[in-house]
Design a protein around this ligand. Structure first.
Ligand code: CA2
Length: 152
């Protein structure tokens, strides 16, 4: 089973650390990527870390993941609340999926309380700040150790 994990990030997350620090903190996406790479190395995982503001690019990475990845960690950002297309792509992926949100979406506007991606996710982390990514990778390593599906 592949120990390669895709870490996918949706729209506007490229702005992290530059605006709205009260909600999303001061770390940039590059800081998160570096922390994910350190965590992945400790866990014996490989990662591919991507961000896009375009829905189709996220869908294409999920499709590629069907061939190469054991699991997907995804912060779909605003697409969480709107995208049946990303849900459909994740439904065609066989390995574990963990959904991450930096903020506690349940403490925010009502439109953020519904997630299409949660209909597919094996686990959801919200409100633990950027630490949520590293925790998701830890859980992903445990799921892959247990043999929870994915590309071989
Ligand atoms: O809490 C999260 O991680 C979210 O996925 C972030 C999304 C939001 O639409 C979700 O409801 C919850 C927004 C990401 C936008 O990030 C920005 C960062 C800095 C400045 C502006 C936007």
């Amino acid at each position: 089973m592949s120990r390669l994990v895709l870490v996918l990030n949706g729209p506007n997350l490229n702005l992290l650390g530059r605006r709205q620090p009260a909600i999303y903190g001061r770390e940039t996406l590059a800081d998160i990527e570096a922390a994910c790479r350190r965590e992945a190395e400790d866990l014996g995982l490989g990662i591919r870390f991507h961000q896009s503001n375009r829905e189709y690019e996220i869908i294409d990475w999920i499709h590629e993941g069907r061939e190469v990845a054991g699991g997907i960690v995804i912060n779909p950002a605003a697409f969480t609340h709107t995208s049946v297309a990303i849900l459909d792509a994740l439904n065609a992926f066989e390995g574990p999926v963990i959904e991450v949100h930096i903020s506690n979406v349940h403490k925010r506007e009502a439109f953020r309380h519904h997630s299409y991606v949660s209909l597919r996710a094996d686990g959801v982390i919200a409100g633990l700040g950027t630490q949520g990514y590293g925790l998701a990778l830890r859980r992903m390593a445990a799921l892959l150790d247990e043999g929870a599906g994915g590309a071989s």
